[in-house]
Write a protein that binds this ligand. Structure first.
Ligand code: NDP
Length: 460
């Protein structure tokens, strides 16, 4: 028995040392990329039990290879504004890993975009895409272009210039971008038009999130937000709880937030708050989604306008204070690191029961640790917000087979995928000794499929 214990300790030491050594190398190579390091650290910490049990992943240096993108493309995006001035932005595409399918991941247009942001998103996308069970690899891209306050013509000129360069690197079997912050159906439409013009071919499979009239999938717009709520519902039900009559707070008021609000309300929850980057609104009567959609989806307004139409509602101009509001369920659906340790403490003090990450990495490492320590049900973004990319993969499947499924068909498939992701993540957590920890479970389940494919394909 002693000998066995000794062997176990040696395996454990080797796995921990390997994980530490990989992280030290990543830190040394990417010194000014805090978000990327944060995303890598979370994955590496979760994988130690996998390396202990299956040393082959260390022997094949799988992690060393996974943390290094296949390639990073960075380019100039010149465009002319409405006053005739030439403007220059930066464009990025990080093609991280295509072991299980063509690169796939959204494009973000936001002034904060830089290498670190795109690499953290692209790295997370590898594991998320693997979890969906669909044949898609991991990528992400975008630009530091700020769409706020730009005219439609400026947005069109910018996206056309962006696509002129990006088109050299993408294709239905190569890399298939989609939307993200600042990139919705309008921008995807402009990019699709430019791609089509440059190739003189109608290739719908090159982008997802397209308009329904030219190859888009029904339910893609709703998929991420609905998927988050399906995942939360599954998690609650496995813990003998239900969404019905629960008080819910959702940050943001963009694509993910709006459709998370819609599905939560359909399932009987009372959603009382949402936000934008200026502030948040509280409406204890329940958020009027029609107003939010008019202000933020079809219009280009600020969320503070909501209180002009709903006299019972209140507006506060500090968006991070949204987590002070007592609620049963909190869904951060806006942006990375929007919910920190202090916010987590307040939510816990107010007896929050479950957290679901609609955004990518919205909770800081310390906040996640606190939720897990305190036994709050926690659904990590990689699993909970995978519905968007899953339906994007369904859009690709419809495009390549030239068919269109109904809204109900896609929505049903989405529900099945979200249940499957929940079960896979729980199963992996159980198998690797972290029962109930969906952060570890999702990371492990996502990793294993990609790692096995990489081993099977040799050192490339
Ligand atoms: P949108 O651009 O549609 O919306 C983003 C929303 O978040 C806006 O309402 C924006 O407000 C708000 N916001 C930004 N920063 C803050 C902040 N610090 N506090 C409060 N609100 C803020 O983006 P999406 O809804 O598409 O994306 C949201 C998140 O979900 C991102 O992390 C994205 O990566 C992730 N995601 C998106 C998917 C998708 O299919 N769209 C798929 C999977 C993940 P304002 O109007 O002021 O800018």
């Amino acid at each position: 028995m002693k000998a066995l214990d000794g062997k176990q300790e040696t395996k454990s030491n080797r796995a921990t040392e390997y994980a530490e050594q990989v992280f030290e190398t990543v830190k040394a190579r990417n010194p000014h990329e805090p978000e990327f390091l944060q995303a890598v650290k979370e994955i590496i910490d979760s994988l130690i039990p996998v390396f202990e049990k299956n040393p082959k992943y260390m022997d094949y240096s799988i992690l060393d290879r996974m943390v290094e993108p296949d390639r990073i493309i960075s380019f100039r995006v010149p465009w002319v504004d409405d006053l005739g001035n030439v403007q220059v932005n930066r464009g990025f595409r990080v093609q991280f890993n295509n072991a299980i399918g063509p690169y796939k991941g959204g494009l973000r247009f936001h002034p904060s975009v830089n290498n670190s942001i795109i690499k953290f998103l692209g790295f997370e996308q590898i594991f998320k895409n693997s979890l969906t069970g669909q044949p898609i690899g991991g990528a992400k891209g975008g630009s530091d272009f700020d769409p706020k306050g730009k005219s439609e013509l400026e947005i069109m000129r910018f996206t056309q210039s962006f696509m002129t360069e990006l088109s050299k690197h993408i294709g239905p079997d190569t890399d298939v971008p989609a939307g993200d912050i600042g990139v919705g159906a309008r921008e995807i439409g402009f990019m699709f038009g430019q791609f089509k013009k440059m190739r003189s071919r109608f290739e719908p499979g090159v982008l997802t999130g397209k308009g329904i009239d030219f190859g888009g999938s029904l339910a893609r717009t709703e998929a991420t937000g609905y998927g988050v709520v399906y995942f939360i519902q599954e998690m609650l039900q496995h813990n003998d709880l239900d969404l019905k009559d629960k008080t819910v707070v959702i940050s943001g008021s963009g694509n993910v937030s709006i459709y998370a609000i819609e599905k939560a309300q359909q399932l009987g929850a009372n959603v009382i708050a949402c936000s934008d980057s200026d502030g948040f609104i509280v409406d204890t009567d329940g958020i009027c989604l029609e107003t939010v959609k008019r202000l933020k989806e079809t219009g280009d307004e600020r969320i503070c306008e909501y209180v002009k139409e709903h006299s019972n509602a209140h507006y506060s101009d500090n968006c991070t204070d949204i987590w002070d509001i007592p609620c049963d369920i909190a869904l951060p659906c806006a942006t990375q690191n929007e919910l920190d340790e202090d916010a987590a403490r307040k939510l816990i003090a107010n007896n929050v029961k479950a957290i679901g990450e609609g955004a990518n990495m919205p909770c800081t490492h310390a906040a996640v640790d606190l939720f897990l320590e305190e036994g709050v049900l926690f659904a990590p973004g990689k699993a909970a917000n995978a519905g968007g990319v899953a339906v994007s993969a369904l859009e690709m499947a419809q495009n390549s087979s030239k068919i269109s499924w109904t809204f109900e068909e896609v929505d049903f498939k989405l529900q099945e995928i979200m249940k499957d992701i929940y079960q896979k993540s729980m199963g992996s957590a159980e198998e690797y000794g972290t029962s109930g920890n969906l952060v570890a479970g999702a990371n492990i389940a996502g990793f294993l499929k990609v790692a096995d494919a990489m081993i099977a394909q040799g050192v490339v």
